[in-house]
Design a protein around this ligand. Sequence first.
Ligand code: FMN
Length: 223
Amino acid sequence: MELDNSINQRFSVKSFTDKKVGLDAVTQLLGAGGKAPSAGNLQDWRFIVVTDEGKKDEIASACMEQVWIGQAPVLIVVCSDLTNLRRFYEDRAEIYGIEDCSAATENILLKATDMGLNSTWVSAFDEGEVMRVLRTPDSYKVISVIAIGYSEEKLDEKQRHDIKTLTYYNEYGSSTSQSNAFPLVKEENVKAVKEAAKESKGFFEKLKEKFSKVRDELKKEDE
Ligand SMILES: Cc1cc2nc3c(=O)[nH]c(=O)nc-3n(C[C@H](O)[C@H](O)[C@H](O)COP(=O)(O)O)c2cc1C
């Protein structure tokens, strides 16, 4: 299936048939999750695959009593392990954890659609309760519970805002036309862009320094 088809045909379901989802399919879904971008490539996502009937029901209860979640043959609970993110990014760690795991979650949803599976991203939950049921360490932050299975529900496209009404160019409120918004294609601007890239190099140098420092610390801890 083409990416566009996957994007256009994904939709959330709230009911599943009894058809099982095999381990091979789950492995493919996780593989897609692990290909997502992540801050500093730290790959802080941790996936907890839940197939146990009792546990699924407990998770469904922890998700504000959304009992239909327990009907899904498989739940993939996506958590961020904040340990390394905190070491590298300090007060940005949590937001990066959320972003990394959200990217992984969306990859899984699109892959599921591509494989003919149905899914729903669930994030309305009592985090402490999910952590208790799954016995996750304190360094984990629960980002999403993905319910996966086969459904008889049919795509009922939700109303979407016209994307033009949600988009600004260059600054908030600007109604600049799209062609004016991309002056970079003009030859005279290419030089300015190269200069700007040179100036921002300091940022990457600093980041590199920080990374090698933390890596050294980690190495020492391992020894
Ligand atoms: C952060 C987040 C949290 C969500 N939490 C829930 C949830 O707890 N229960 C649920 O049924 N759907 C949940 N959804 C699914 C949305 O309701 C759904 O994506 C939205 O209505 C658009 O519909 P669609 O997925 O069919 O396009 C969540 C989606 C996101 C991104």
